[in-house]
Design a protein. Structure first.
Length: 137
């Protein structure tokens, strides 16, 4: 019986370590993302001063308020994302970007490309989500 070669499916073992050009890529990506969020926030702020608050019809008023509340919820989520982007840029500066906060292992580049603000490797994040699911948070 021949033995099959044991090949690891662990991305942290198959990927190369993060290089300086990778850090530059993520720094540019995060900076551009942050600038885009700032532009959207500014347009929302300007939109709040829009004189269309003077709606006589109650249905139009309700629709306007509903749309405004929806937009504010989106901006609130973007505000939290903005803080995560700032934190990721700080980690790039101090040399801890791409290192899992839980286990200390390197986070795969593919995971960072999918979620550049992540602070956990895929294994630790899966464990956290499993715990959250069992607790019901």
């Amino acid at each position: 019986m021949s033995r099959l070669s044991e090949k690891s499916n662990d991305p942290s073992e198959t990927e190369e370590k993060m290089k300086e050009e990778d850090l530059d890529f993520f720094k540019t990506l995060l900076t551009n993302w942050m600038e885009e969020l700032l532009l959207q926030a500014d347009s929302t702020r300007l939109g709040m001063k829009d004189p269309s608050d003077n709606l006589a019809d109650p249905s139009d008023r309700a629709t306007f308020e509903s749309d405004r509340n929806f937009l504010l919820r989106i901006r609130d989520r973007e505000s939290r994302l903005f803080k995560k982007i700032i934190s990721a840029l700080d980690r790039i500066k101090d040399g801890t970007y791409g290192i899992c906060e839980m286990c200390g292992e390197e986070i795969s580049i593919n995971r960072l490309k999918a979620r550049p603000v992540t602070t956990y490797c895929i294994r630790c994040k899966a464990r956290l989500e499993a715990v959250e699911k069992t607790i019901g948070e």
